[in-house]
Design a protein around this ligand. Structure first.
Ligand SMILES: Cc1cc2nc3c(=O)[nH]c(=O)nc-3n(C[C@H](O)[C@H](O)[C@H](O)COP(=O)(O)OP(=O)(O)OC[C@H]3O[C@@H](n4cnc5c(N)ncnc54)[C@H](O)[C@@H]3O)c2cc1C
Length: 396
């Protein structure tokens, strides 16, 4: 392929775009990454990383740096938000690591993005350009040209659309309209550890599940802070991203849950709101020399905590396919799409399903959830999750 002479173009400098630039550089491909924002960064919240993320870190050459900034939690803990009783937990200790070959961890998004960014800056094969919004592209038999909002044109061998939920590249690849508004409103806060109630400073990713609402918390950044994410299924009609909101608005959806669960919210500060969106799986990810990746290809609700993990798996798979079929971009992109579509579609659809059946059920539905989940051992959960945590961006 002509990819080693002409640079590849990547639209978007989020986790997916940076991971792609790194994966391509590992295989000797030059890339130009075009980011809309005036600087490269991530929002100040946390992110959970399944073992599959660690496989991707190693493949992308940042395994050591990523491991150094993670907090290794002991459990995924499920609490009943109405009674404040534990429903169940999944042990993430030695047996989990032995089973999946890697740990489960939580990190600050800024720290993770920083690891990727430093590695990209250290590579002679990666050029990072900010204030470069890609608004469209055209292509011919030998190259593709990205059109930037500022009038600049950038030409490369391929264009990877890693430009997130509202992807401009996707608009041209699929024309399948805007994302689906889920009606679930998420509020995020990060608080210093000393402000987290002492009896809740668990080394766990804890989920308090209640009727049409839930709360998630876990420690971050060497236990300096706790990440709080609370979600309320209030049928919000419009997409919103990052809007500041007062505590009273956050509490409004939680008047019906146990006082202990409500008290977590009272410790939050500087709350910001997102109305969550996703899409139905759509197999059209490729248009000639253009391919989608990460949220641009398969936006999902966060209930499996896998959106960024899947974006990194995409980067691994794409890099692998381009190096494996260096003389035929069409074959490489089709193999990438074919290998990634089924797995990411499964995560998209199951994320919705676990939102409905684990995070938000009420009444008899919730009692059934508790009974089913209490009856399972950690080994049972490992078996259920093996397809996800035991998988990678590469064919098994
Ligand atoms: C509440 C919440 C919790 C989550 N928790 C987890 C979790 O625990 N674990 C997990 O793995 N995932 C989680 N996710 C999902 C994860 O955040 C996303 O899936 C992931 O960040 C997607 O990365 P991306 O690079 O594809 O897109 P983005 O992070 O959206 O990055 C896109 C980048 O492209 C830029 N851009 C946009 N348009 C253009 C354009 N036209 N031209 C150039 N640049 C452009 C943007 O500025 C941005 O930098 C969560 C999501 C939410 C909402």
């Amino acid at each position: 392929m002509d990819g080693r002479e002409q640079p590849l173009l990547i639209a978007g400098g989020g986790i997916g775009g940076l991971a792609t630039a790194l994966g391509l550089a590992q295989k000797g491909f030059r890339s130009i990454l075009l980011e809309k924002a005036a600087s490269l960064g991530e929002i100040g919240a946390g992110i959970q990383l399944g073992p599959n993320a660690f496989h991707a870190f190693d493949y992308l050459g940042v395994g050591q740096a990523a491991r150094a900034m993670a907090v290794y939690i002991d459990q995924l803990r499920l609490m009943d938000a109405l009674t404040a009783d534990e429903i169940t937990h999944v042990d993430l200790g030695a047996n989990f690591r032995a089973r999946f070959g890697n740990p489960y961890a939580v990190v600050h998004r800024g720290d993770l993005h920083g690891v990727f960014l430093r590695a990209c800056r250290a590579s002679e094969l990666i050029e990072l350009r900010v204030s470069s919004e890609v608004v469209g592209y055209d292509q011919d038999g030998s190259s593709v040209t990205a059109h930037l909002a500022n009038g600049v044109r950038v030409t490369g061998s391929l264009l990877i659309g890693a430009d997130g939920l509202w992807s401009n590249i996707r608009k041209q690849v699929t024309s399948d309209g805007p994302p689906r508004v889920s009606g679930h409103t998420t509020y995020r806060s990060v608080i210093p550890t000393e402000e987290m109630p002492e009896d809740l400073r668990w080394n766990a990713a804890t989920l308090w599940a209640g009727p049409k609402c839930h709360i998630v918390h876990y420690p971050l950044s060497g236990w300096k802070v706790f990440n709080l994410v609370v979600t309320y299924h209030n049928d919000a009609p419009e997409p919103v991203a990052g809007q500041a909101v007062p505590e009273a608005e956050v509490l409004r959806g939680f008047a019906h849950v146990h006082e202990r669960a409500q008290s977590i919210i009272r410790h939050g500060r500087d709350w910001r709101l997102w109305v969550l969106c996703d899409r139905d799986p759509n197999p059209r990810w490729v248009d000639g020399r253009v391919a989608l990746l990460g949220d641009a290809a398969h936006p999902m609700l966060q209930y499996f905590a896998q959106g960024a993990c899947q974006a990194m798996e995409d980067a691994v798979c794409l890099s692998h396919m381009l190096s494996h079929y260096p003389d035929d971009h069409a074959v490489a992109l089709e193999h990438y799409r074919a290998q990634r579509f089924g797995r990411t579609a499964r995560v998209q659809l199951l994320s919705r399903a676990i939102g409905e059946h684990i995070y938000h059920p009420a009444g008899e539905h919730a009692r059934l959830r508790n009974a089913i989940m209490r009856a399972k051992s950690s080994e049972d959960y490992y078996r259920d999750l093996a397809w996800l945590y035991g998988g990678t961006g590469l064919a098994s």
